[in-house]
Design a protein around this ligand. Structure first.
Ligand SMILES: C[S@@+](CC[C@H](N)C(=O)[O-])C[C@H]1O[C@@H](n2cnc3c(N)ncnc32)[C@H](O)[C@@H]1O
Length: 262
């Protein structure tokens, strides 16, 4: 690494440290807010509380993966469409990446309002942002009746209304529960070949598709990724390991990245 790269890396690390501090402050402010929607219904545990739940390791691991992906694919001056942006928990990460413009969409209106507020509260945001409460998939929901298929453990549960051989391109519903985060929420399977095809129609090429376990196996060999892992306190002295159930839950997530053709 030459001197210029070292200096860029140092600046980035300083911004990341600043971001972590601001996130902690922000979570304290958010602790009092009352929300109605499913994703907004999480019990706010406060900063300390959040560090001692059954899925703290999982949350921090997911946060690390998002930081890795944003580091890898976002670049200075780029424009971002964040589908399912939630409460805007990643706005600082995008800011650190130096993006020029951001559009956040989420089906949960209260979450979108919180994201908007979060953006307004951000100091030194050097990008423009717009937010929309919108269903990004416009999938027609179907009533399900017979059959049942489920899996999970003490931190998460997935239950399909119909047997798995009935998976379709659109509309395969399942109920998802993640301890202290999501309760019995209806979600829909994403049919990957269809997603890739739809993306291609919008000049988006698939760059990455791997499970979080694979991503970890790859990145644990890389010094910068491991440093970030520790700085983001995915593991630390108080919580030296991720539980077996959390690790299994980590394995249900996929990291997917598309790149817009030039
Ligand atoms: C696991 S949360 C992730 C939130 C955010 N991206 C983050 O990482 O903090 C998933 C988000 O997807 C949103 N969502 C689910 N189905 C959606 C749909 N059809 N259209 C738009 N957003 C949707 C939910 O409201 C929720 O905020």
């Amino acid at each position: 690494m030459d001197e210029q790269q070292k200096s860029i890396q140092k600046q980035r690390e300083a911004r990341e440290a600043e971001h972590l501090n601001e996130e902690l402050k922000h979570k304290t402010t958010m602790a009092s807010s009352q929300v109605a929607e499913h994703y907004n219904q999480r019990r706010e545990l406060g900063v300390e509380g959040r560090l001692h739940t059954k899925i703290t390791g999982l949350r921090l691991f997911n946060n690390w993966v998002k930081s890795l992906l944003i580091r890898q694919y976002a670049y200075s001056g780029c424009r971002v469409l964040d589908l399912g942006c939630g409460k805007g928990g990643d706005l600082r990460k995008w800011s650190i990446a130096g993006i020029a413009e951001y559009v956040g969409m989420d089906i949960a209106q209260v979450s979108v309002q919180q994201a908007q507020r979060r953006f307004a509260d951000m100091q030194n945001a050097r990008f423009k942002a717009r937010f929309f409460a919108q269903d990004c998939y416009a999938v027609k929901k179907r009533a399900r009746s017979a059959g049942s298929q489920s899996f999970g453990n003490s931190v998460y549960q997935v239950e399909f209304a119909n047997p798995l051989q009935d998976i379709r391109r659109f509309g395969t519903a399942y109920s998802f529960t993640l301890d202290e985060a999501v309760e019995d929420c209806t979600e829909y399977l994403v049919h990957l070949p269809t997603l890739v095809q739809l993306a291609r129609e919008h000049q988006l090429d698939l760059e990455l598709c791997c499970s979080f376990h694979q991503l970890f196996a790859e990145h644990k060999q890389q010094r910068a990724s491991l440093d970030l892992f520790h700085r983001m306190r995915v593991l630390d002295a108080q919580r030296p390991e991720i539980s077996a159930d959390e690790w299994e839950a980590v394995g249900i997530y996929l990291a997917i990245a598309f790149r817009k053709q030039k």
